[in-house]
Design a protein. Structure first.
Length: 214
C-alpha cells in the first residue's frame, strides 16, 4: 500500500476515534466501534457518505438506514455490510465477494478490522501517530491550514453559529451571503448529526450553549 494512502487512511481513522472520545467525554470506543470505524474510514469517498449517519454523542451509527438510502458502489456496499456485522451483527457478510472485489488497498482493511474485533494488535494501531497534515493538496497547499485563501478552489469563510429556539443551530456568513440551519435528526432535510455535534461543542466551549438545553 502506498505510504501516502496508508497515512491518509490512518489519519481519518484516528480522527474518528478522537471525535468519538471527545463526544463521549473521554470514553474510549469498544471493539465494535473500532472495527466499524476502521472500515468506514478506509476510503475518503466512503467516509464522506457515512459521516452524516454517525452520531458520536449519542453513541449511535445508523448504518442500516445508510444502506437503504445512500447510493453505494459494489465494493462500498460490501464494506458497509461488514461494518454493520461487526458493529451490531446487523448484516450478513459476503467474504467471497469482499475477496473478489476489493483491491490491494482495501482488502488489508478487512483483515485489520477482523483483528481489531478479536482484540489483536493491528498495523494501524502500531503505526506512529500520523502527522497532522495527511499530504499536500493538489496545488501544494496545507489541508490543515484552510483559513488561508490558497488554491484554485478554496476561499476563506467566516460564519456565526447560534442555538435557535426550535433546537436547531443557525449558521450565517459574516458577509450575509447565506443563512441556514442544521439539526441532529437524520430524517430531516437539514439533518447532519456529525456537523450538529461539532457546532454544539463549539458553542458549549464558548459558554454560549444555554444551560439545560439538549
Amino acid at each position: 500500500m502506498p505510504a501516502q494512502v496508508a497515512s491518509a487512511r490512518v489519519f481519518r481513522y484516528r480522527g474518528a476515534l478522537r471525535e468519538y472520545s471527545e463526544a463521549r467525554r473521554g470514553t474510549e470506543p469498544d471493539r465494535h466501534w473500532k472495527a466499524m470505524l476502521l472500515i468506514v474510514t478506509a476510503a475518503p469517498t466512503l467516509w464522506e457518505k457515512v459521516q452524516p449517519y454517525i452520531d458520536f454523542a449519542a453513541g449511535s451509527a445508523y448504518l442500516d438506514q445508510l444502506r437503504q438510502e445512500v447510493d453505494l458502489t459494489g465494493g462500498e456496499a460490501l464494506l458497509i455490510d461488514l461494518a454493520r456485522n461487526l458493529f451490531n451483527r446487523g448484516a450478513e457478510v459476503d467474504l467471497a465477494g469482499l475477496a473478489d472485489t476489493l483491491d490491494g488497498t482495501l482488502w488489508p482493511v478487512v483483515l485489520e478490522a477482523l483483528a481489531l474485533y478479536r482484540g489483536e494488535a493491528t498495523v494501524v494501531e502500531m503505526l506512529p501517530p500520523p502527522k497532522r497534515n495527511p499530504g499536500p493538496l493538489p496545488w501544494g497547499g496545507d489541508p490543515m491550514s484552510l483559513n488561508k485563501t490558497e488554491g484554485p478552489s478554496n476561499v476563506r469563510l467566516e460564519v456565526n453559529v447560534w442555538l435557535r429556539d426550535d433546537g436547531q443551530i443557525g449558521i450565517s456568513s459574516n458577509t450575509g451571503n447565506f443563512i441556514t440551519t442544521v439539526n441532529d435528526r437524520i430524517d430531516s432535510k437539514r439533518g447532519h448529526p456529525n456537523l450538529f455535534g461539532h457546532l454544539k461543542r463549539v458553542l458549549k466551549e464558548a459558554g454560549r450553549w444555554p444551560e439545560g438545553a439538549e
